[in-house]
Design a protein around this ligand. Structure first.
Ligand code: PRX
Length: 637
């Protein structure tokens, strides 16, 4: 069992130890796991030509650490408590033993489908227990899973499948989300028209939506698992073998396949889960994220299960059948730790107290947030009305690339401050640098957030593009991992995350590259060029504002083109990337060298053009006035 810190003094002690001698610190934590062969060296690293290896020569399987290691104590303990979309449908509970059997069965199924160690398996599924089973089955046999969020379009799915060269695709006939059904198999079929690498598609029956099954390629899940043994020996993996790829957005158009490896990710997610949430045996923990994103990977699947936790998994959405759904689930299963995104909190807050009043919420001990900065109003509402002023809030800052939580309070231990992620976890060494890379020491400073020393859960590369990995994370500031976020360290040494300083935006907790959205808009036949920026949005955190230059308008006029651009973005990326505001402009503010001055567009989108700074380098200064005149938000001059 991973040790748990119990007091602020304990945190300070562990933190100092972790900085003074990181290798001894992490080795002690790693000793708690089951290694087929113990590692011979803890760490080798280089940030300039990035090469990071943890637990060198160690051999293990992460699923043995979830199952076999804990079977004496946990066999009959619940592992997954699954709440379906429709509250009238029966929920499902799986004990560790039951989950183990299902994982083995599916692992054997994958083997029979010719999946071998190192092969990539793409997963495009709704939030059902089979999704977790599929991921763990891959890990069991050493296949690399690549989960694609089920809100992505056919084109996005296809790009991700092709980049990873996945051999098998796991999907479902459809997915329930509130009162809607997403036709997943139909979308997958469209994706596969341009993804010839996929040899086999396994289709789970969930919504009973009519689907087309291609003979020789497609097989039903229930048919595939039929007759498979529920015992499957674990593949022995090297600590640095890949566990999964997860695509995330960057500042250029093409999504990045972030690669995490077995040993370090295991140690890091297990340690951070236990300490941040202060999980105790028997507690019920509920993370509302979708497994299609990193939060679901690390804190619905791996982190909790490595700790023998009882993890609630929810298929639906927070506002269906009504905005009290999360609280109903909390009461139904007596949830102790609840983890969600600020955007969900803001949208529930906006619906009013009628959906909270009457709920007990007495089981709650810890509340968490993740994915974007939480504003003070949302923090207080969450604290006062959900936590009834007795539950600490852990505002956890981290990223797909970091694998697990980096800066966060430990529940009940670290004194909190609204909208501050507070302090780094043991083993994490944040630094703030100015734009020239000079470290800003001491307190009350603000700048670019970097990390000075490796941690076990960090990404090792971008799939198929190590140079991009180097450039993106280690190319900006010498010998530092650059997060892409701005941060402030206040007078007490507390960290507050200020948001991205690059061209990445965070919309309802979904991370999107502005270039990615621009590419989708530019694919529209009537569009010449476009520029996308984020702007403050009351519920979503950031909204998407697109400035679009069109050659000519279609018959539908301005409205017609705005509508068809939205449809195009939906089709190319997915509905969650649909621009909130589309302003047709006569041109974009460009410098003489042809670079778009995004700072001006950001200001306009924020509704404040009173201080645009130096615009004399613009090719055409008049364009700024025209853009402000035509703005679709009120702009202060
Ligand atoms: O900008 C930061 C924001 O989300 C980004 C990472 O997005 P993604 O890789 O999708 O992972 C989200 C879930 C871990 C970060 O660069 N972010 C994440 N957590 C916080 C946050 N911003 C402020 N406060 C947070 N707690």
């Amino acid at each position: 069992m991973v040790a748990r810190i119990h007091s602020l003094g304990g945190y300070i002690y562990e933190y100092k130890k972790s900085v003074a001698n990181p290798e001894v610190f992490w080795a002690q934590i790693a000793e708690n796991f089951h290694w087929r062969k113990r590692f011979t060296k803890v760490l080798e690293w280089n940030f300039s030509n990035p090469d990071i290896k943890w637990f060198i020569d160690g051999k293990l399987n992460i699923t043995e650490n979830i199952f076999e290691k804990n079977m004496y104590t946990h066999a009959d303990q619940l592992a997954i408590i699954w709440e379906p979309n429709d509250p009238n449908e029966e929920h499902i509970q799986l004990t560790y033993m039951q989950l183990f059997r299902e994982v083995n069965k599916f692992a054997n199924t994958l083997k029979r489908l010719n999946v071998r160690k190192g092969d990539r398996v793409a997963i495009y599924m709704p939030m059902v227990p089979e999704l977790t089973i599929a991921m763990l089955a891959c890990a069991r046999i050493g296949a690399v899973h690549s989960v694609v969020f089920a809100g992505f379009s056919a084109q996005s799915l296809s790009e991700r499948i092709n980049d990873a060269q996945a051999k098998v695709l796991l999907t479902a006939d459809g997915g329930f989300r509130g009162n809607k059904i997403t036709p997943l198999k139909q979308i997958a079929d469209e994706a596969l028209e341009s993804s010839p690498c996929v040899e086999t598609v396994v289709v789970l029956k969930r919504t009973k939506t009519e689907v087309n099954m291609e003979v020789g390629r497609d097989i039903w899940w229930h048919t595939a698992i039929n007759g498979q043994s529920d015992e499957c020996p674990a593949e022995v993996m090297d600590a640095e073998d890949e566990l999964f790829i997860l695509y995330t957005s960057g500042s250029t158009g093409k999504p990045k396949g972030i690669v995490h490896t077995v040993g370090g990710y295991m140690v890091f997610t297990a340690y951070t889960f236990k300490n941040v949430f202060q999980y105790n045996a028997g507690d019920v923990y509920f993370c509302t994220a979708d497994i299609g994103w990193i939060t679901g990977h690390s804190y619905i699947v791996y982190g909790p299960l490595l700790n023998g936790a009882q993890s609630v998994m929810f298929e639906g959405v927070p506002t269906w059948p009504d905005a009290g759904r999360f609280w109903d689930i909390v009461d139904k299963f007596n949830v102790n730790q609840f983890y969600t995104a600020p955007t969900a909190i803001r949208s529930l807050l906006a619906q009013g107290m009628e959906f909270v009043n009457g709920k007990k919420l007495t089981s709650l001990k810890v509340l968490g947030t993740v994915g974007e900065p939480i504003n003070e109003e949302a923090w207080h509402w969450y604290h006062d009305h959900i936590g009834k002023s007795r539950c600490p809030i852990v505002d956890t800052w981290w990223q797909t690339e970091t694998g697990g939580v980096m800066i966060s309070p430990m529940a009940g231990i670290t004194p909190t401050k609204p909208s501050f992620a507070t302090m780094p976890l043991p083993g994490i060494q944040p630094v703030i640098v100015d734009n020239e890379g000079r470290e800003l020491t001491g307190n009350s400073v603000e700048g670019n957030l970097c990390i000075r020393f490796p941690w076990p859960g960090m990404a090792r590369t971008i799939w198929g593009d190590h140079e991009r990995f180097r450039e993106t994370y280690f190319g900006s500031f010498k010998n530092l991992y650059f997060t892409g976020d701005g941060a402030k360290r206040d007078e007490d040494g507390y960290y507050r995350i200020l948001g991205r300083v690059d061209d990445v935006i965070n919309v309802s907790g979904h991370r999107l590259g502005t270039a990615e959205i621009e590419n989708a808009i530019n694919a529209h036949p009537l569009v010449n060029e476009s520029a996308v920026v984020g702007y403050p949005h009351e519920i979503k955190g950031q909204g998407i504002y697109a400035f679009v230059v069109c050659g000519e308008l279609s018959t539908g006029g301005e409205e017609g083109i705005q509508k068809s651009i939205r449809i195009a973005v939906e089709k190319i990326i997915g509905p969650f990337a649909r621009p909130d505001i589309i302003q047709l402009v006569p041109g974009l503010p460009k410098t003489r060298s042809g670079k778009i001055m995004r700072r001006i567009l950001r200001k306009v989108a924020e509704g404040d053009a009173s201080n645009l700074g130096d615009i004399t380098t613009l090719l055409d200064e008049d364009i700024v006035e025209k853009i402000i005149d035509g703005a679709l938000v009120e702009v202060k001059r």
